[in-house]
Design a protein around this ligand. Structure first.
Ligand SMILES: Nc1ncnc2c1ncn2[C@@H]1O[C@H](COP(=O)(O)OP(=O)(O)OP(=O)(O)O)[C@@H](O)[C@H]1O
Ligand SMILES: O=P(O)(O)O[C@@H]1O[C@H]([C@H](O)CO)[C@@H](O)[C@H](O)[C@@H]1O
Length: 161
């Protein structure tokens, strides 16, 4: 018996090929992040993001990429494989993949999503990927927080003596 959501986890090459072959109904929504310890803020914004289109692809930073982000020497807590699995298990997520760069720009240019989404902690106008997606007529949206959660605050709570 297979774990059904595992088939949603695609390598970058598999994901790019699947999009090229039209396997994901459009409008295609794309989001990205570290998603180190999944929380209610993450899953809420992901479900809202999915409702903005017909498919939702989530790209997570590789462990090496996270290390360069400066979120903390001990980060990520969860490996890229585990972070991908938690996201793939979400009903609203169509596919999960990874990117190793500092930003998802190259992956976004390869997938050409119709909409890129972040949570409300971002101002999309400041992101280079916003200009990129608009070049092919797409758009960029930040979804306001419904729940004030963060991986960092959860880790702080767990580590309290
Ligand atoms: N409370 C929240 N509500 C909605 N979206 C969120 C929330 N926190 C983060 N996001 C979004 O989730 C995605 C992943 O962000 P990230 O993994 O940095 O979460 P985080 O909890 O802020 O983690 P960290 O504390 O390590 O920075 C991003 O698109 C971010 O905008
Ligand atoms: O989980 P985070 O910190 O929201 O993820 C980062 O998002 C950045 C954002 O998309 C602006 O480009 C991205 O550059 C970075 O690689 C992380 O995914």
């Amino acid at each position: 018996m297979a774990v059904r959501f595992e088939k949603k986890i695609l390598s970058r090459a598999e994901c790019e090929a699947a999009v090229r072959e039209g396997q994901f109904p459009r409008p295609l929504v794309f989001t990205n992040g570290v998603f180190d310890i999944l929380h209610r803020g993450h899953v809420s914004y992901l479900d809202e993001a999915a409702q903005l289109g017909a498919s939702l692809i989530v790209a997570v930073n590789t462990d090496a990429s996270v290390k360069r982000l400066g979120k903390g020497d001990d980060r990520p807590i969860n490996t890229q494989e585990d972070r991908q699995a938690l996201l793939a298990a979400l009903e609203c997520v169509s596919a999960v993949t990874v990117f190793d760069e500092d930003t998802p720009q190259a992956l976004i240019e390869a997938l050409k999503p119709d909409l890129i989404v972040k949570g409300g902690d971002y101002n999309m106008e400041t992101l280079p990927e916003t200009a990129a997606v608009r070049q092919w007529g797409g758009d960029a949206v930040a979804i306001p927080f419904r729940f004030n959660r963060s991986t960092t605050s959860l880790l702080k709570k767990v580590r309290q003596p």
